[in-house]
Design a protein around this ligand. Structure first.
Ligand code: SF4
Length: 352
């Protein structure tokens, strides 16, 4: 199998083909992934997203990895839906430190009608700052998806988490089909899809292949594919799970890159536990997006300044997005940022 044979978009992957990719010698797999990556992206750029929890904890779902489930005693402090002003302040700070997308997550089974007006205001306000917007609010019906799209939401995140076969070991309160239905509603409403999964939950290679097969065989590849490494949280059923072999994690990124050549593959949760060498290997395998904030909803993430220092050492720069501006002042600020990047400052903010 050559890299070129993977370069076109496919939606007909078989599990065996994907397992064969996973079974390639590590260097061959990374080489293929690099070739595909370079055919589709600047290999020395990553997209930066910031994630904010807008409503924390007390979720009725039973996802076995999640500290926000109300079924597990993890000591997490619950929070009601944040005030609009607080969300806007966080979004401004994210933009100032170089993020191009602002993701907002609420621990809900699905949004209630009475929550929708506040959520729609958040989308409008964050977007008016010139940031791309993303939300993860649980399951959506068609009408809710359309409301979010009409308010200007760019991306909706809803992960498949794992293979259909392993799914029942991890979540019992919603089905795999429920998730596929939400993804379908998001697409129909015209939003971009952010959808990936978690590795290290006790699944085997066939499950990792199964997850990627599901993602790549969707009618349209998700524009963003977050690959998370389980963060083991005390009090959750997966707290004592054995560590995944780090090379298996890198393989998952590389196979995702090959199967979904035009998607952003995001190195997501679990980065705090990865050393710099492993993160560099993930970039080499085709990861080109990270969460750039000190908390991922409720779990720790590397500090923004250590991320910038690592990117600088690797010669990687944050990707610029074409974003709409609400004022000349904002446009001037972006031009200045671009100038700074050209001058080699790469958005490093010593004050962070
Ligand atoms: S992953 Fe989402 S749906 Fe599942 S328990 Fe956590 S907040 Fe709820």
């Amino acid at each position: 199998m050559t890299a070129a044979s993977h370069a076109s978009l496919r939606h007909d992957w078989t599990r065996q083909e994907v397992l064969d990719l996973f079974a390639l010698p590590f260097n061959d797999l990374l080489f293929e992934a690099q070739v595909v990556h370079r055919q589709n992206f600047n290999p020395n750029q990553v997209q930066l997203s910031t994630l904010l929890s807008i409503k924390t904890g007390a979720c009725p779902e039973d996802c076995k990895y999640c500290p926000q489930s109300g079924l597990y005693d993890t000591g997490l402090e619950k929070e009601k839906l944040l005030e609009l002003q607080k969300v806007v302040e966080e979004a401004r700070a994210a933009k100032a430190s170089g993020a191009s997308r602002f993701c907002m997550g609420a621990a809900w089974r699905s949004p209630r009608d009475k929550d929708m007006p506040a959520v729609l205001d958040m989308i409008r306000e964050v977007k008016s700052l010139g940031l791309e917007t993303c939300m993860t609010l649980g399951m959506l019906d068609e009408g809710q998806a359309q409301q979010l799209a009409d308010a200007g939401l760019d991306y909706y995140n809803h992960n498949l988490d794992t293979s259909p076969e392993y799914y029942g070991e991890i979540i019992t309160t919603r089905t795999y089909q429920d998730r596929l239905d939400t993804l379908d509603n998001v697409r129909r409403a015209g939003m971009k899809v952010c959808c990936g999964g978690i590795v290290g939950m006790g699944e085997d290679a066939s499950d990792r292949a199964g997850l990627l097969t599901q993602l790549a065989n969707l009618p349209q590849h998700p524009e963003s594919v977050p690959i998370n490494m389980l963060v083991k949280i005390k009090g959750t059923p997966l707290a004592e799970q054995d560590d995944i072999d780090p090379f298996d994690f890198i393989r998952t990124i590389a196979v995702a890159r090959i199967m979904m050549p035009e998607s952003y593959v995001r190195l997501s949760a679990g980065r705090e536990e990865m050393n710099e060498q492993m993160q560099a290997l993930a970039f080499m395998a085709g990861a080109n997006s990270i969460f750039y904030c000190e908390k991922l909803l409720t779990t720790p993430n590397p500090k923004a300044n250590s991320d910038m220092a690592l990117l600088q050492r690797l010669g990687i720069t944050p990707e610029q997005r074409e974003i709409r501006h609400t004022s000349e002042e904002q446009e001037a600020a972006l031009l200045q940022e671009v100038e700074n990047q050209r001058a080699g400052q790469a958005f490093y903010n010593a004050a962070l």
